[in-house]
Design a protein around this ligand. Structure first.
Ligand code: PLP
Length: 233
């Protein structure tokens, strides 16, 4: 494991190579640096390497970090959000990737309307179908996307998924492909794609290259960038 600067450089290289293997524009893939349980110092190192987009799972932790690090960064919520936390989430985040039910969307919309703030959001899909994972079932994603159209401050940009934990990244290729095909199907029905190209947030430290080959536009990378987290998740 190198320094954060070295890790970012190497991840960026691997992102480019994977995009080229998939016949895609490397510029169409954005790195979300997952900074949960990482100290401010590690985030500052990433910032010094030009990293702007960060992902956080826990509201209190995110709130403290966002306040400490000041403006100029882009914060994605990638953790499960309870509806009673939606007000704060609407205030502090720039994007919520984990919309998985109408109630949460309503609560976000209500606070965003008060703030006069629009926010890009993604619908989280449970492609692996694991009982303990958040996200809507693939066959319910269309309905949620349709319901989201009524909320003017939520800019629905695409889909996010967190596939089952596997030993070999190749084992997740099918899940990633499924998310891409779902995104294409929903765009064909006019349910996605109104706010720019459909975004697909998929791939983490162990499998982001496979995800990019399958169409990821956002990869959420934590340990490969920052090293092990200070606390078990
Ligand atoms: C923690 C987390 C990640 C990053 O995982 P790594 O394996 O450390 O890269 C990505 N996405 C979500 C939703 C996470 O909770």
């Amino acid at each position: 494991m190198g320094t954060v600067a070295e890790n970012i450089e190497s991840i960026r290289r691997r992102i480019r190579a994977a995009a080229e293997r998939g016949g895609r524009d490397p510029e169409a893939v954005r790195l979300v640096a997952v900074s949960k349980y990482q100290p401010l110092e590690a985030i500052r190192e990433a910032m010094a390497s030009g990293q702007v987009v960060f992902g956080e799972n826990y509201l209190q932790e995110a709130e403290a970090k966002i306040a400490a690090l000041g403006p100029g960064l882009v914060w994605h919520c990638i953790g499960h959000l309870q509806s009673n936390k939606a007000r704060t989430a609407a205030e502090i985040f720039d994007c919520v990737e984990t919309i998985d039910r109408l109630k949460l969307a309503k609560a976000l919309e209500s606070r965003l309307a008060e703030l006069g703030k629009s926010m890009p959001v993604l619908v989280q899909v449970n492609v692996g179908g694991e009982a303990q994972k958040a996200g809507v079932a693939p066959e319910e994603a269309g309905r949620l996307c349709r319901d989201l159209q009524q909320f003017p401050h939520l800019l629905l940009q695409g889909l996010m998924t967190m596939p089952p934990f596997v030993q070999e990244p190749e084992e997740n290729r099918g899940c990633f492909r499924q998310l891409r095909l779902l995104g294409e199907a929903l765009a064909a029905q006019g349910l996605l794609g109104q706010h720019g190209p459909v975004q697909l947030s998929m791939g983490m430290s162990g499998d982001f290259e496979v995800a990019i080959e399958e169409g990821a536009t956002l990869v959420r990378v934590g340990t490969a960038l920052f090293g092990e987290r200070e606390q078990a998740v």
